[in-house]
Design a protein around this ligand. Structure first.
Ligand SMILES: *[C@@H]1O[C@H](CO)[C@@H](O)[C@H](O)[C@H]1NC(C)=O
Ligand SMILES: *[C@@H]1O[C@H](CO)[C@@H](O)[C@H](O)[C@H]1NC(C)=O
Ligand SMILES: *[C@@H]1O[C@H](CO)[C@@H](O)[C@H](O)[C@H]1NC(C)=O
Ligand SMILES: CC(=O)N[C@H]1CO[C@H](CO)[C@@H](O)[C@@H]1O
Length: 833
């Protein structure tokens, strides 16, 4: 039986190799054209880029909600993960590590060096297991194979600590074999002869699937220096010096429950032991929780468990048959591969980020910067599945109670995205994503384009895109039910449009626009190689232009949907005709989740007459982005229309939302007599036209008011950054205190940009008092922000969602490497205006 299976594996292998050679061959023929042919060159370029990019981003720790979980950027495929627990006592197993949880006692847990195209290193200080875990992840040059080295170093005083590690791999979406004549479906199976007593040395799994081809996974036992607990096995199948394996069949979309499944199997084993021995105390802890293969199942999900004492290391090596022998990673060459990857990441970081004064002279800031970037990139995730949408419930205009939504599944969709916080918000957020991409523009603009493409492909035919992307059951398991359903009446700040504009502008300033990249000679050699990835679109902006062309109609629909669904009442309240004026839909008395600044005070009582200044500013951002895109594509008529929208927004921000008395931008509503009134809660909201650069540069009085508001310690200024709500406001630090005082880095970054922009364009017209104030505020704010975030990182091991305006202390979600990583951009900004 086994022999015939292995024979068929070999056969598959040969057939697959032939298949891959054919693909290669076709490509060569395509390129084999003696003449210079620009069109040919371009289409080859697009194809080559797409293939290289897909390959280099195929595998990754894209299950970022876990401490360490690997999957490819493919729906239903091979899903793997690492778990561990302390085997010193009987209670360790109850705190088995798997999902990255906010409450776990980790002194730190993050990537310290990482790039999705090559791999990197994560370091976890587990204060309960008393070990430091170092996880190195590397990929082969062709991107098709990978390897992981797990090392554990006991904390001082715990040199004999016992730790159990569990690796699991599960294959989903097993389809019929692509090989003609082979009637088997895809599979993943144990390659070692099955042994209930456990395994010495390497445990090997082999598998095949339609998308991946043939592969194997080796989980070795590490070098001879490793120690296992040597307690004599109470029963022969509980030998702690051996690796133990079980397998079972689980349906698609269930491998993510690996921890629960493992624990259930463990409970079965423990129950059995207790029945036979009446108490578990007969067994030392490292034996009591060894998984036992009681049922002899064979299936698509496999667990391999190991128990070590003291320092240890072991490797997991995934080898795809397609990877050329010279590029394969083995337990022999893995160390040099890791070294190579870490060096490469260092070089790439140094090449792309030159920290500016005064952060350029200390290795502390450099180390911090590299960790922030690595942690941000380590949040890149791939999601696949359906989400819940309510297209039925119309929001009752006059009711400001929260609406009870009933969702129906739509999809499946896929999303390649970053996440705001691995432990707390491990999924895609529209409002955050634009900020996530900004630091990456400098580092790998090709990656930014891939992520943007993925997001934009989610815009539906009406132009709607869901605010939170909760795709598939794994993602849903992390979100309370009342927040799972998305409604097409609800929008979110369109920060992706902001980032897309930055991308177009950086391609433009790379100076390659307009010239088609003409090849000097034509050969069948590759035009680009995987080493070029990161700056291909900057060097070949036509790739970006072509994509922009393709996505333009969809963006336009999105823009129109946004403006249509959020339109404010105008004629109804004597506000003239045709105004650019908008109101967030779906606000409740206490919250406006759509706006992204959830509990920021809004007009009270809530009224359909409300107009929101932040929303009008965001519309302005969209109009400006659409204008730039239309100009780039030479859609002159459209460009004019968008330019007109932008002008109207600028005009109306001033005419509708500016309060001369308060010297701030404010929301608008009506009083009991239906007269228009402004409601001014000073804070981030008052700054929106400034943050989005939509104040006319002639309006010096307004610019001055902005810098006054920012710099006044009784209003927004604190020693740690600009607070969200003024100290003078009646709601300052009240209730949830989410956007009612804490310092948020994304807005602070926009404030610095606003200061920089208006100083540049308007300082000639300002009197010296004001222009000096701009300079001083800019310089001090930048220093305050960086110094505090870095200090908090040193104290706590993490960067955070927010910082307290009175103490600078970290608050909210931990490991918030989403938009808090704009700190990296801030360190890169000029020291002075
Ligand atoms: C861009 O699109 C044009 C028209 O479809 C095509 O001819 C050209 O090859 C494309 N350029 C690139 C770099 O893909
Ligand atoms: C790369 O992946 C994308 C999306 O998954 C796909 O549409 C495209 O065809 C792939 N490109 C190549 C050359 O395989
Ligand atoms: C870096 O420069 C700043 C001032 O520019 C100074 O205060 C600090 O001590 C310097 N740090 C090191 C490590 O040289
Ligand atoms: C206050 C005001 O009405 N300003 C302008 C707002 O924008 C519209 C066009 O959408 C203009 O007509 C208004 O004059």
């Amino acid at each position: 039986m086994r022999v015939s299976i292995q024979f068929s594996s070999v056969l598959c292998l040969i057939l697959l190799f032939r298949y891959s050679l054919t693909e290669q061959f076709e490509f060569d023929v395509l390129a084999e054209n003696g003449e210079v042919d620009v069109a040919q060159f371009n289409s080859d370029l697009e194809h080559q880029y797409s293939k290289l990019s897909n390959d280099s981003l195929l595998w990754g720790p894209y299950r970022s909600a876990l401490y360490f979980g690997i999957r490819p950027r493919l729906p239903n495929s091979l899903i793997s993960g690492l778990m561990w627990y302390s085997a010193d006592g009987y209670d360790g197993v109850g705190r088995m590590r798997h999902f990255y949880e906010q409450g776990d006692n980790m002194r730190r847990a993050n990537w310290v060096s990482y790039d999705p195209r090559v791999g990197g290193r994560q370091v976890i200080e587990d204060e309960e297991c008393h070990i430091r875990i170092i996880i190195d992840f590397v990929k082969s040059d062709d991107g098709k194979s990978w390897a992981v080295k797990v090392r554990a170093q006991p904390h001082k005083g715990y040199e004999n600590v016992k730790t159990s590690f569990i690796w699991y791999s599960g294959l989903e979406g097993e389809k019929k074999s692509p090989i003609e004549g082979d009637t088997r479906t895809g599979y993943l199976q144990l390659d070692n002869p099955k042994s209930a007593l456990g395994y010495e040395g390497t445990v090997k799994l082999t598998g095949i699937s339609e998308e991946l081809g043939i592969f194997d996974i080796e989980i070795n036992d590490g070098p001879g220096t490793n120690r296992h607990p040597i307690s004599k096995p109470v029963t022969p199948d509980l030998d702690p010096t051996r690796a133990h394996h079980i397998s079972l069949r689980v349906p698609d979309d269930n491998v993510w429950k690996a921890r629960d499944i493992f624990v259930t199997m463990l409970q079965e084993s423990v129950k059995d032991l207790v029945e036979k021995y009446s108490t578990l105390n007969e067994f030392p802890p490292e034996q009591a929780f060894i998984i036992r293969d009681l049922n002899g199942f064979e299936g698509n999900l496999h667990f391999v468990q190991k128990i070590y004492q003291g320092a240890c290391e072991f490797d997991i090596i995934y080898t795809n048959a397609i990877t050329p022998a010279t590029e394969k990673i083995t337990s022999k060459n893995i160390n040099s591969k890791i070294k190579q990857v870490l060096t490469l990441i260092n070089e790439k970081f140094n090449q792309h980020f030159s920290l500016n004064k005064p952060f350029d002279n200390s290795s502390k800031f450099r180390k911090f910067g590299k960790e922030i970037l690595s942690g941000l990139l380590g949040g890149i995730s791939y999601f696949h599945g359906d989400h819940l949408v309510d297209r039925e419930t119309a929001f009752d205009e006059d009711s400001f109670e929260s609406h009870q939504l009933t969702g129906y599944p739509e999809g499946p969709h896929e999303l390649f995205t970053l996440v705001p916080s691995r432990p707390f918000f491990p999924r895609g957020f529209l409002w955050d994503e634009g900020f996530h991409l900004l630091p990456l523009l400098k580092y790998d603009s090709d990656l930014v384009m891939e992520i943007m493409k993925s997001w934009f492909s989610l815009i539906d035919d009406d132009g709607w895109i869901a605010r939170e992307q909760i795709l598939g059951p794994e993602s849903r398991s992390r979100v309370p039910e009342q927040f799972q359903v998305q409604s097409p009446e609800i929008v979110n700040p369109p920060t992706l449009m902001l980032a897309f504009t930055y991308l177009l502008e950086s391609a433009k300033s790379a100076g390659n626009y307009g010239n088609v990249n003409e090849p000097l000679f034509y050969s069948d050699e590759a035009i680009i190689t995987h080493k070029d990835l990161g700056s291909v679109i900057l060097n070949n902006p036509e790739l970006l232009t072509n994509y922009t062309k393709e996505i333009y109609p969809r963006l336009k629909t999105h823009y129109e949907w946004f403006r249509r669904t959020q339109k404010g009442y105008v004629e109804e309240f004597g506000r003239g005709a045709n105004l650019e004026a908008y109101r967030w839909r779906g606000r409740t008395i206490t919250h406006c989740l759509a706006s992204g600044i959830d509990d920021y005070p809004r007009p009270n009582p809530a009224d359909v007459a409300e107009l929101n200044v932040d929303l009008l500013s965001w519309i302005g951002v969209m109009s400006r982005s659409m204008k730039l895109i239309a100009q780039l594509l030479k859609h002159d008529e459209d460009a004019e229309i968008f330019a007109q929208h932008e002008d109207n927004v600028v005009d109306n921000l001033s005419k509708l939302h500016w309060s001369d008395e308060e010297k701030a931008y404010c929301d608008v509503t009506v009083d009991e007599d239906d007269e228009n009134i402004k409601v001014c809660h000073k804070g981030y909201l008052s700054l929106f036209p400034f943050l989005t650069k939509l104040i006319h540069i002639e309006e010096l009085d307004k610019l001055e008011a902005m810098v006054d508001l920012i710099s006044d310690p009784e209003e927004l200024w604190s020693d740690y950054g600009i607070r969200s709500l003024s100290k003078s406001n009646q709601f300052y630090r009240t209730e949830e205190n989410y956007w009612r005082s804490p310092i948020w880095l994304n807005i602070n970054y926009l404030i610095l940009e606003g200061l920089q922009h208006y100083y540049d364009v308007a300082h000639i017209r300002m009197n010296s008092d004001i222009s000096n104030k701009f300079k001083r505020v800019y310089k001090d704010l930048r220093l305050n922000l960086v110094n505090n975030v870095v200090e908090q990182w040193e104290n706590t091991g993490y960067v955070w969602e927010q910082y307290d305006d009175e103490t600078g202390n970290a608050k909210g979600a931990k490991n918030f490497l989403g938009w808090t990583s704009t700190i990296l951009l801030i360190m890169n900004m000029a020291e002075e205006l």
